[in-house]
Design a binder for this molecule. Structure first.
Ligand SMILES: Nc1nc2c(ncn2[C@@H]2O[C@H](COP(=O)(O)OP(=O)(O)OP(=O)(O)O)[C@@H](O)[C@H]2O)c(=O)[nH]1
Ligand SMILES: [Mg+2]
Length: 344
């Protein structure tokens, strides 16, 4: 089958071998950072039709072993300044010669066929830069929950670019989904009095690796929020009990504190590498992604068909080297056949 841009696509009846060949070729172009290839790959991983699953898995599997850029979640309350901050971060990273991808998860946008391009993100100067790739995804729900395609989209973008950001509205529980997908989490704080208690209630303090109190141009309220936050952080309530996250203060609008933020992100990346935490996080995140997807589809009852905890972990390890999405499909088939056997 020939598409309009002259690229052959294995159609609904394309063989697995054909799919693998095309996937390898496309993956190579993605790894080279070719824009058209990145777009095509993002479309393919977002293609849910049953007939195209082989193609989707083959592509993600081909990318799985390739080195990945840094993945960063940017979360914070609505209006905290996440998009404005990303705009500034992208400019700052481009000035340092790094390529950047941004995935914006927008709870308010309805899916209209193709992806909506960075609607509320300004990124005006960056949008036409070849070293910047933007994509926005509709959220799964009004609360900004991540849709199933967020993980695979990040898997593609992080193989093509040095840095990939995912912007999500975060008000506590929604951090949980993004945490499994990224290396570092940046929390953008809207300065206001008494925020700390809100954060503690929402369980936000344990996740972020870097806090950025935004809108420092508003004056004292920002510096006070930062001080309050610093005082409230303690190692006892942290995902990583060995490291207190820095609390930075700046203004995304006025481009203040952006260099410091980039340095803090780099510093955390170095920390993850030197301690081996980065690899542990990626492995844990991958297992959590697989478990969560299987749980959503088959429930605890279904997952139990994979055996006890040790057996389940062994099953997840079996598919190491295969993309998470593919592993989910394979394990799903195993669960279904065991459920069917139970019924018989
Ligand atoms: N004063 C001031 N305003 C800012 C700053 N950064 C962002 N804003 C303003 O805050 C408002 C929200 O900014 P966005 O960047 O859209 O915030 P967001 O967190 O992406 O918002 P959602 O995506 O809707 O959750 C806009 O009016 C920005 O101009 C800042 O550093 N100082
Ligand atoms: Mg935004």
């Amino acid at each position: 089958m020939e598409s309009e841009n002259g690229v052959t696509n294995s159609g609904p009846n394309g063989s697995a071998r054909e799919a693998a060949g095309e996937a390898t070729a496309l993956a190579k172009r993605v790894l080279a950072g070719e824009r058209a290839a990145i777009s095509q790959a993002l479309n393919q991983v977002d293609d849910n039709r049953a007939d195209y699953q082989e193609r989707r898995f083959a592509l993600l599997d081909a990318l799985e072993a390739a080195p990945s850029g840094v993945r960063i979640g940017v979360t914070g309350a609505p209006g905290a300044g996440k998009s404005t901050l990303l705009d500034a971060l992208v400019s700052g990273l481009r000035a340092r010669g790094r390529s950047v991808g941004v995935l914006a998860v927008d709870p308010s946008s309805q899916r209209t066929g193709g992806a909506l391009l960075g609607d509320r993100m300004r990124l005006s100067s960056s949008a036409r830069d070849a070293g910047v790739f933007l994509r926005s995804l509709a959220a799964r729900d009004q609360l900004g929950g991540l849709s199933e395609v967020t993980g695979p989209s990040l898997d593609v973008l992080s193989r093509a670019l040095d840095f990939v950001f995912v912007e999500t509205v975060g008000v506590g529980q929604s951090e949980a989904g993004v945490i499994d997908l990224v290396d570092s989490l940046v929390f953008v704080v809207q300065p206001a009095a008494g925020d700390l208690i809100q954060f503690m209630k929402a369980g936000i303090l344990e996740w972020p690796d870097v806090f950025f109190v935004n809108k420092a141009d508003l004056g004292k309220v920002a510096t006070r929020s930062a001080a309050e936050l610093r005082a409230g952080l303690d190692l006892g309530h942290r995902r990583d009990p060995n490291r207190l996250p820095p609390v930075l203060c700046g203004s995304a609008r006025d481009n203040v504190g952006i260099d410091e933020l980039i340095e803090a992100i780099d510093e955390h990346e170095r920390y993850l590498k030197s301690t081996g935490q980065g690899e542990i996080r990626r492995d844990e995140g991958r297992v959590a992604r697989i478990e969560q997807a299987l749980n959503a589809r088959y429930g605890h009852f279904g997952i139990d068909r994979l055996g006890d905890e040790a057996a389940r972990n062994a099953a997840f390890q079996e598919f190491k080297g295969v993309s998470a999405l593919h592993a989910i499909a394979e394990l799903g088939r195993r669960i279904e056949s065991r459920l069917a056997a139970d019924d018989a």
